[in-house]
Ligand binder design. Structure first.
Ligand SMILES: Nc1ncnc2c1ncn2[C@@H]1O[C@H](COP(=O)(O)OP(=O)(O)OP(=O)(O)O)[C@@H](O)[C@H]1O
Length: 384
């Protein structure tokens, strides 16, 4: 294992993998549509998107199971396109563990080394190191059917890592496991990545999983990457309305620009983040996260003058939901726009259906978009 162990504190550096104008057509249909992406050495990058958005096809091209219709895949600057899968120095873990049922855990893990004809002493040494790494030493002699789903997946991970690939590809590896086990394995996987310093490309449609695991997330929609960055940046400052809608919850307000820092909404003027190039009366979409908005009763609002840099709209409460740690309040503005406000339960939200409220948010917390499609505002969008 020593060859791939690196200083855990080392920051991921240069691109290890570069996808260049990658396309995959099935007939006329573009499953992967002109994707270009640099994956850094040592990084944990996740492809996140709804079903059919092109994540697995992209991963399969990287693994060598699918051939690109056009474009390049480079690893350390060398083209991989004509390199067969077993010569790519890439490990792969799938949702279905695909372990050999008739082989013990030890022999399953040793299998890639046996087919590479490694000397038996070296083979034993590496398998022992792997068993230790995934904490399955005491299960070495069991068959896969005698293990839990989580344990089986750890065997699959060990088997993928045993020949020390530079890159590990994982396609929904925890998809078949229940929530608690998934979370435990997510923590294990994050620690494993830190310890090994290996480059991991991970596919999931679960945004919380992507957030928990990854240093960067590539958001897929219709075969394209429509957002790329840390979970924090993508959530706080989504590059477009689709990403805003896909990741977390959003309130979208439709406005007409009035200069570069103000816009009208249902007949009242609101301040917006300074946005260059806006034309007067241009359609503008404002996005406010529910937890960045406040819902104040009329009395509360009267006692707290609106601070500079904040906006306020009047609305009527539709529903207040208690969710344990947090509460949500759905409201409708006087012009009929639906909004949701979320607050920690501890902060209290003494409102009920039918109450008039004042919804407030800081101008700096609201993203401004000038281009969007109605379908972007719908969470389910993104699949083909
Ligand atoms: N062999 C194939 N022939 C025709 N179409 C295909 C083939 N493989 C994939 N597709 C289509 O390409 C699109 C992208 O599929 P892909 O499996 O990459 O999506 P995905 O984002 O990984 O989805 P999921 O999360 O459901 O696995 C889908 O519309 C799928 O139906």
């Amino acid at each position: 294992m020593s060859a791939v162990i690196q200083d855990a504190a080392q920051t991921p550096g240069q691109p290890l993998v570069s996808l260049r104008n990658l396309n995959k057509f099935y007939g006329e249909f573009a499953a992967v549509d002109n994707i270009s992406l640099d994956i850094k050495d040592g990084e944990f990058l996740t492809f996140l998107g709804s079903s059919g958005s092109g994540k697995s096809t992209t991963l399969s091209m990287l693994a060598g199971f699918e051939t690109p219709s056009s474009g390049e895949i480079l690893v350390s600057g060398q083209s991989l396109v004509n390199v067969p899968p077993h010569k790519r120095d890439i490990g792969m873990v799938f949702q279905r563990y695909s372990l050999f049922p008739h082989l013990s855990v030890r022999d399953n893990i040793a299998f890639p080394l046996a087919i590479r004809k490694l000397a038996s002493a070296e083979r034993e040494k590496r398998v022992d190191a792997m068993l230790k790494l995934v904490q399955l030493e005491q299960f070495a002699h069991r068959r896969p059917s005698q293990l839990s789903g989580g344990q089986q997946q750890r065997v699959a991970i060990a088997r993928a890592l045993v020949y020390e690939p530079r890159i590990l590809l994982m396609d929904e590896p925890l998809g078949a496991l229940d929530k608690k086990l998934r979370e435990d394995l997510q923590d294990e996987l994050r620690q494993l990545h830190r310890r090994l310093g290996i480059t991991i490309v991970y596919v999931t449609h679960d945004q919380e999983e992507a957030m928990r695991l990854s240093q960067r997330i590539a958001i897929f929609s219709h075969g394209k990457i429509v957002g790329l960055g840390s979970g924090f940046d993508l959530y706080q400052n989504p590059p477009n309305a689709f990403v805003a809608s896909f990741l977390g919850n959003s309130n979208f307000l439709k406005l007409k620009a009035q200069g570069n820092a103000a816009a009208s909404f249902e007949g009242q003027s609101l301040s917006i983040r300074l946005t260059g190039g806006l034309r007067s009366e241009q359609d503008v979409l404002l996005m406010v996260r529910p937890e960045k908005a406040l819902a104040l009763s009329v009395e509360q609002a009267a006692g707290q003058p609106l601070a500079a840099g904040w906006n306020e709209v009047s609305a009527i409460v539709g529903e207040v939901l208690f969710l344990g740690e947090s509460q949500t309040c759905s409201v409708k503005t006087l012009g009929g726009t639906s909004m949701t406000v979320k607050a920690l339960s501890a902060a209290g939200m003494p409102l009920k259906a039918g109450d008039p409220v004042r919804v407030r948010w800081a101008t700096a917390d609201a993203c401004v978009y000038t281009e969007w499609a109605e379908s972007d505002l719908n969470k389910a969008a993104g699949a083909h």
